[in-house]
Design a protein around this ligand. Structure first.
Ligand code: NAD
Ligand code: ZN
Length: 245
C-alpha cells in the first residue's frame, strides 16, 4: 500500500461503518494476486500471438472453434490452479456486517469460491458452457482441460463458453440489478478495474450521482479515478483486508 494513506483508509472504514447498503464492482485486478493475469498485462494479453480482442469474439469462434476453446481451456487451467486471495476473502467478512452486493466483470468464479453469494457476474463464467442450439448451460468445472467440451447432450449442437464476447450485449437482467445496486448504495467500491470496458465506468458514475461515496482501490490511476470520492492506491489483497480489520 502506498504510504500516507491511513487517513483515507480511516475515512473509508467510517463510511462503511455508517453504510447500510454497499455495492462493489470488481475487475481482473482483484484476481491478479491469485495468479490470474489481467488482460492488459501478462500472458493473457498475448496467447499464441493472438490478442483477447481477437479470440473472444463470435467471428473467430465460427472460423475456428478449436482455437477459441483451446484459449479458454488454457485459462480454465490457470484459474483451476488459483485460489481466492485475501481481497476476495475480506468481502465475505464485509458481507457479514452489512448488505453487500458484489458485481464482477471477472469470469473466473473466484468470488464464489471465496464464499460470496449473489454475485452478479456481468461477463459470464469461464466454467460454464452454453449450447448454441437450445441455450442450455452446463457447469464444466470437472470437465477435462485437454479436449474440446462435448456437444450438448440434449440437442447435439456445439457449445460455447458462457461468457460475453466483444461485440455482444450484456444480460439485461443482470445489468438492471447492477444499475439498481449502484443507485441504492451508500458506499460503492471499485476494485481492480481499468474502467475502460462499459458499463464499469457508468456504474461508478451512477453511484456517485445518486449520492454514494465512491472508493477506488487500484495501485494505478484509472479512467475511474476522477469519478471516485477517494482512491486508495494499493493491491486489493492488502487494502480490502485493511478496510475490514
Ligand atoms: P483490466 O485488465 O482492464 O484492468 C485491471 C486493473 O487492475 C488495472 O487497472 C490494474 O491497475 C489493476 N490491478 C492490477 N493488479 C491489481 C491488484 N493487485 N489489486 C487491485 N488492482 C489491480 O481489467 P478489467 O477492468 O476487469 O477489464 C478487462 C476485461 O477482461 C473484463 O471484461 C474481464 O471480464 C476480462 N478479464 C477477466 C479476468 C478474470 O476473470 N480474472 C482476467 C482477465 C480479463
Ligand atoms: Zn442444446
Amino acid at each position: 500500500m502506498a504510504d500516507g494513506q491511513e487517513p483515507a483508509i480511516d475515512e473509508v472504514r467510517a463510511r462503511l461503518a455508517a453504510a447500510r447498503t454497499v455495492g462493489l464492482l470488481s475487475g481482473a485486478g482483484i484476481s491478479a494476486e491469485s495468479g490470474v493475469p489481467t488482460f492488459r498485462s501478462g500472458q493473457v494479453a498475448l496467447w499464441e500471438d493472438r490478442r483477447p480482442e481477437d479470440l473472444a469474439r463470435m467471428e473467430t469462434f465460427r472460423q475456428d472453434p478449436g482455437l477459441v476453446w483451446r484459449w479458454y481451456l488454457w485459462r480454465r487451467g490457470l484459474v483451476a490452479k488459483a485460489s481466492p486471495n485475501a481481497g476476495h476473502v475480506a468481502l465475505v467478512e464485509l458481507a457479514r456486517r452489512l448488505e453487500l452486493t458484489v458485481i464482477t466483470q471477472n469470469v473466473d468464479g473466484l468470488h464464489d469460491r471465496a464464499g460470496s453469494t449473489g454475485v452478479i457476474e456481468l461477463h459470464g463464467n469461464l466454467w460454464r458452457s452454453r449450447c448454441m442450439g437450445c441455450g442450455r448451460t452446463r457447469n464444466d468445472f470437472s470437465a477435462r482441460l485437454d479436449v474440446m467440451p462435448a456437444d450438448c447432450a440434449h440437442c447435439r449442437s456445439p457449445v460455447r463458453p458462457d461468457v460475453v464476447w466483444f461485440g455482444e450485449a450484456l444480460n439485461t437482467t443482470l445489468l438492471d440489478r447492477a444499475f439498481r445496486t449502484a443507485c441504492v448504495s451508500d458506499v460503492f467500491l471499485v476494485v481492480g478495474t481499468s474502467g475502460v470496458v462499459q458499463p464499469a465506468a457508468s456504474l461508478a458514475a451512477i453511484a456517485r450521482e445518486n449520492g454514494a461515496f465512491v472508493v477506488e482501490i487500484n495501485p494505478e490511476p484509472t479512467a475511474l479515478s476522477q469519478v471516485a470520492s477517494v482512491s486508495l492506491r494499493g493491491k486489493a489483497g492488502e487494502v480490502l483486508p485493511a478496510l475490514v480489520a
